[in-house]
Design a protein around this ligand. Sequence first.
Ligand code: SF4
Ligand code: SF4
Length: 159
Amino acid sequence: MITSYVHEIVRGTGSLLAGMKVTIKAMLSRTQTVQWPRQYLTLPQRFRGHIQLVPVESTGYPKCFACGNCARTCPSKCITVKGKKPEGAKKKSPTTFLLDFTKCSLCGLCVESCPVSALGFSKDYAMAGPSRQDFAEMDLLSSLASPFSTQASKEKDHG
Ligand code: SF4
Ligand code: SF4
């Protein structure tokens, strides 16, 4: 009777130590989580967030010249692009560039089809909103400078 009791204690202690070994190992290993939203993960180069327009480094204007290739290539028809020539420019610039992210499959065909590499993938992984509509008409021009707003402000300055 006493022998089996001692045997049970030894077996229980062994099992407890085996469990503690896993816990202690996890406690001492590198942390895999971050305190989001106070901290953000550094994402790998290959990460695909929603598509975004690439700016010209010197001006901040979109590289895009509104050829519409990406919109025609998109299998889900989620890109709407319109453009016109800014005053004195040789090429068009987009006046509208909308993405319906509710339909986008992140296939990347639009990025590949752009002749001037004017599209890339964002690193935005924390997208949330109260309504689906918030993502149905994402204005990709909103984060870039516009040659049209410069033109408009010049016109305003000249009276
Ligand atoms: S990633 Fe694919 S589905 Fe999304 S906009 Fe580009 S072509 Fe369309
Ligand atoms: S294919 Fe490139 S240049 Fe043409 S509209 Fe799309 S983003 Fe702009």
